[in-house]
Design a protein around this ligand. Structure first.
Ligand code: X8Z
Ligand code: ZN
Length: 595
């Protein structure tokens, strides 16, 4: 009996080892073929998208047609019935597979869910609608007082103009594009939802949240929590800004809510240019340096930490600067970073000008680029060449942007006079006007709007009402005048159109970046987190590269635990800005709070 049992056990054990090996072998074989084809079609699609985004010629649809074809081919492959069946059947033996195999299969299934060929006609329509929406957005002719203007020019006016009437005109000009985008968004919402519903998702927002292993309700609960945690600080900033702007624009009556055109950003998501810290005028210091210097300087910063030089092709193939005046084409005016072939062809699309905003954005984009380069290594299979999650991808470069703006760093680069003592509170205030002000926009307005759009089927007639209701509730911002139904102000924000239902990535990225920064400052540099200089520190580089190296082959929660000893938490961000509270409360003494 015992012998029999033992023999039986052995047989079972051997059999299960064999079958485990078989499944693993089968999965490897499948993944090898799948990944090779995936990479090939992905590359063709990226090249076509690149052309479409860097050269938009009115009336010429050559690029758009090529893009559509490439994206259809990618969709036909990733969403093919055979691939879906194969992946699903392999996943039935999940417990027998290696974790890295399971991760790849799940990545393949996610790609399939965005393109299921069981609803091929819907996917095709969606691809067409996406290309058209991007062309409308980036091909749009913004006009101010009858003259064409670029979004960089509008942004410059909103940062610097003191005449409220001129500000209003610029703000209104920036919102006109919404009138041509509204119907496209209605259509895209429908098509995006229908696409992912074919593989069982409730809606597109749920599909996007699942990338974090979260349900949409969990993601929204997290967004509301982050927002609540930063609310006391935001409330102080809101009060401060209402009174300061009223002074600046000679408005005797301080409004309860901030008129949107008073703010130095089209969506009121970043107010940092509202103040200049004495002795630290970065805009003035950057102007004479020119645009190329900014990109090179950002690269030097990464190199100083031990990252390699950018591949030569980055400079020859990227599109880094604004389209020269007089050219007949337009390009995507929103910054992005591209991993063209999931190998070393990396590019950035920007319209860099010599100012602090682009200086920060350049560091942000190079964060994506160095993430791409770092996880492109033999340990990381092609299908897992992405961030630990999407927020990590956004966090890396934003972290470097924060570091590149702190006083000791700037003094080291002689961008500010090392001898002038800058006011620490003012520096912190300037940072809060960027990072803290962003939270109600990202976690509140954008996330709630997209949630309602996709998961609640928000009626088109309510698009603008809901948008401004959220802006008032979260940001304490109101439109300067009554917005009518033909406008769709939400669609003026790039991501609503072409990076859908994932803006919470940015809110999370700020939370993560302060967790990482806190760790770097205290544990690695042993410096005050408010006044660091990362420059040249190889330990910092090693720390960042160790997060980047495994890409998506690791669990994002585990990474945070291992690297910082903490779970995801706004603690570090709240603590960082805490010293500002007393100052703001003193400034706001006797003022009316309205949020
Ligand atoms: O979209 C971006 C990046 C694209 S990779 C420039 N950001 C958000 C935005 O501009 O709205 C960076 C922070 C927020
Ligand atoms: Zn980014």
């Amino acid at each position: 009996m015992q012998k029999f049992l033992l023999t039986g056990c052995l047989v079972a054990l051997l059999w299960s080892c064999e079958s485990k090996k078989d499944y693993q072998q089968e999965t490897d074989t499948f993944l090898q073929t799948y990944a090779a084809q995936y990479q090939k079609l992905y590359t063709v699609s990226s090249e076509a998208e690149w052309a479409s985004n860097t050269k938009i010629v009115e009336g010429d649809s050559t690029n758009a047609i090529a893009t559509r074809q490439a994206n259809e081919a990618f969709a036909a492959f990733t969403g093919s019935k055979e691939n879906i069946q194969q992946v699903q059947s392999l996943l039935e033996h999940e417990d027998q597979l290696k974790p890295i195999q399971v991760k790849q299969l799940k990545a393949a299934l996610r790609a399939a869910a965005n393109n299921p060929q069981t609803v091929a006609a819907v996917v095709k329509k969606r691809i067409k609608a996406e290309t058209e929406q991007s062309e409308k957005l980036y091909g749009f002719n913004y006009k101010l007082n009858g003259k064409s203007v670029t979004t960089n020019q509008i942004d410059e006016i909103l940062r610097t103009e003191t005449n409220p009437a001129k500000r209003l005109a610029a703000w209104e000009a920036s919102k006109e594009v919404g009138t041509v985008l509204k119907s496209g968004l209605v259509n895209l919402r429908q098509l995006r939802n229908e696409t992912v519903q074919a593989l069982g998702y409730h809606d597109y927002f749920s599909y996007q949240a699942e990338d974090y292993g979260m349900k949409r309700e969990e993601m929204m609960a997290l967004m509301r929590k982050i927002n609540q945690e930063l609310k006391p600080l935001y409330r102080e900033l809101h009060t401060y800004a209402r009174y300061e702007f009223a002074k600046k624009y000679n408005e005797k009556q301080v409004p309860d809510m901030l008129p949107a055109h008073w703010l130095p950003n089209r969506w009121g998501q970043d107010w940092s240019s509202m103040i200049t810290v004495a002795g630290s005028n970065l805009d003035a210091a950057l102007k004479p340096k020119g645009v190329e210097w900014q990109v090179k300087q950002a690269e030097r910063f990464y190199q100083s930490l031990g990252f390699p030089a950018l591949p030569a092709s980055f400079y020859t193939k990227s599109s880094l600067y604004p389209v020269p005046a007089g050219e007949k084409y337009k390009k995507n005016n929103h910054a992005s970073a591209w991993h063209m072939n999931l190998e070393k062809d990396v590019r950035s699309l920007m319209s860099v000008e010599p100012n602090a905003e682009w200086y920060e954005t350049t560091h942000h984009e190079l964060g994506h680029i160095y993430y791409y380069l770092t996880y492109t290594n033999p340990d990381v299979p092609v299908l897992l060449r992405s961030g630990a999650n999407r927020a990590y991808h956004e966090a890396m470069g934003s972290l470097m942007g924060l570091a590149a703006m702190q006083q000791p760093f700037l003094a080291n680069l002689q961008l500010v006079n090392a001898k002038t003592k800058t006011d620490q509170v003012q520096s912190l205030l300037k940072e809060a006007l960027n990072y803290v002000v962003f939270i109600p926009f990202a976690s509140g307005v954008m996330s709630e709007f997209e949630h309602d759009l996709y998961a609640k089927n928000l009626a088109p007639a309510d698009f603008n009402n809901r948008w401004w209701e959220l802006a008032q509730q979260y940001q304490g911002i109101v439109p300067p005048n009554k917005r009518d139904d033909k406008h769709a102000d939400a669609t003026t924000k790039t991501h609503i159109n072409d990076d859908p239902a994932q803006y919470y990535d940015y809110a999370l990225s700020y939370v993560i970046l302060f967790q990482l920064h806190d760790h770097i400052a205290r544990k690695i540099l042993k410096q005050d987190p408010h006044a660091t200089n990362y420059y040249g520190n190889k330990e910092v580089g090693k720390f960042l590269a160790s997060i980047m190296h495994p890409g998506a082959s690791v669990d994002w929660r585990q990474v945070l635990q291992e690297k910082t000893g903490e779970d995801l938490s706004a603690r570090a961000m709240v603590a960082y800005f805490q010293p500002l509270m007393d100052y703001l409360k003193a400034q706001n003494k006797g003022r009316k709070y309205t949020l």
